[in-house]
Design a protein around this ligand. Structure first.
Ligand SMILES: Cc1cc2nc3c(=O)[nH]c(=O)nc-3n(C[C@H](O)[C@H](O)[C@H](O)COP(=O)(O)OP(=O)(O)OC[C@H]3O[C@@H](n4cnc5c(N)ncnc54)[C@H](O)[C@@H]3O)c2cc1C
Length: 326
């Protein structure tokens, strides 16, 4: 479990971090809290030759209002996020999701940027070197098989970040900084459904902050997660649901799911759904069915695909009922 040797850079500005990232290319990895990356390095899952540590980049850890929007810096720890008065007041569901990540020690070290950019996980690949050496290489090891979905032509590692589901349901955007400037994109455009490359980050680009819009009148949300070990574990499935309006008339309704595919998934009601009737049992049934159908997932040693689909249905129903349905 000893780490291999690597170079360590500590840039002080975002532009210096981007320049280093571009210069070092595939040899480099960004490190924030290190709670995922260092474990992956110890297991030989990721072997960067140099680490670009973001911890000393100034201004990357603040949580502040800018006009109507809430800006959460990528280096804000999950503890800061879940304890922030601004987060608790405007989008308490994000605090719920941050609290669902691992356990307190991981929340103290882990950042929201690292949580969003979390590498997809694979039951086979994560086992360690000796396990991997016993069989032909999978896509992640440069081979051409996926043990998560046998016969597949692509890697089906699963994205398991908790806060992404909450951010998707809340309609967040991300600010991405690169050597040539920056861009702001809706978070659903940031994720790519591919276990090998699950974000749209370009060479030399990093995530600088998350931008949350002002809450709509009557907005409320919840994040529900099912995991194997209640005290500390990645989601087998996590569901975030946000609704605004009144119990009698819905203004906006959005559901997002994590842990089931190589990227988180958004389930929105059909454009012609009867919003003026509120969150009726019939609408809940429809959304549960939509979520189950849109969940394209894989089986592995611990959980079958059909179990995970059922679980998504149960979590979506529980979340919607909690928001004021039947
Ligand atoms: C035992 C255990 C249990 C865990 N349980 C959970 C869980 O239940 N839910 C969950 O979501 N996570 C879980 N994690 C994973 C991890 O602790 C959290 O996701 C944490 O938030 C990661 O943040 P970090 O700052 O430590 O990321 P790091 O480990 O520093 O980085 C993670 C990845 O993100 C990239 N990265 C980091 N910051 C940026 C940035 N600003 N821009 C671009 N890329 C960036 C890194 O290069 C790396 O690939 C668990 C980890 C362990 C060890």
């Amino acid at each position: 479990m000893r780490l291999k040797k690597f170079e360590h850079f500590e840039p002080r500005t975002l532009s210096e971090a981007c320049r280093l990232l571009k210069e070092q290319g595939d040899k480099a990895a960004l490190i924030a809290g290190g709670t995922d990356l260092v474990v992956r390095m110890k297991y030989g899952v990721t072997q960067p030759q140099c680490l670009i540590n973001l911890k000393k980049v100034e201004g990357l850890g603040s949580i502040a209002l800018v006009g109507e929007n809430l800006h959460v810096g990528a280096l804000a720890t999950l503890t800061q996020v879940r304890c922030s008065d601004l987060v608790l007041e405007r989008c308490p569901m994000l605090a719920e999701a941050a609290l669902a990540v691992g356990a307190a020690q991981l929340q103290n070290m882990g950042t929201i940027g690292g949580n969003i950019c979390l590498e997809p996980r694979c039951w086979y690949f994560q086992q360690g070197r000796s396990w991997r050496q016993a069989r032909p290489d999978c896509f992640k090891n440069g081979g051409s098989v996926c043990y998560m979905a046998k016969g597949s032509r692509r890697c089906h590692a699963l994205y398991c970040g908790d806060t992404a589901a909450a951010l998707l349901a809340l309609g967040a955007k991300v600010r991405l900084v690169n050597p040539g400037g920056e861009r702001i994109v809706p978070i659903e455009e940031f994720f790519v459904d591919d276990g090998m490359r699950h974000t749209d980050l370009q060479p030399g680009e990093l995530l600088a902050e998350v931008i949350l819009p002002a809450p709509l009148p009557g907005q409320r949300g919840t994040y529900l997660k099912y995991r194997k070990r209640g005290a500390l574990d990645f989601p087998i499935a996590g569901v975030a649901a946000v609704m605004s309006g009144t119990t009698a008339a819905i203004a906006r309704l959005r559901i997002a799911i994590t842990g089931v595919g190589s990227s988180p998934l958004v389930v929105a009601p059909p454009p012609d759904y009867p919003s003026e009737a509120g969150l009726t049992p019939a609408l809940i049934d429809l959304l549960v069915e939509m979520a189950r159908k849109q969940t394209r997932t894989v089986s592995h040693m611990e959980v079958s695909a059909s179990y995970r689909k059922e679980l998504v249905g149960v979590l979506v129903r529980d979340a919607l009922e909690k928001l004021g349905g039947a």
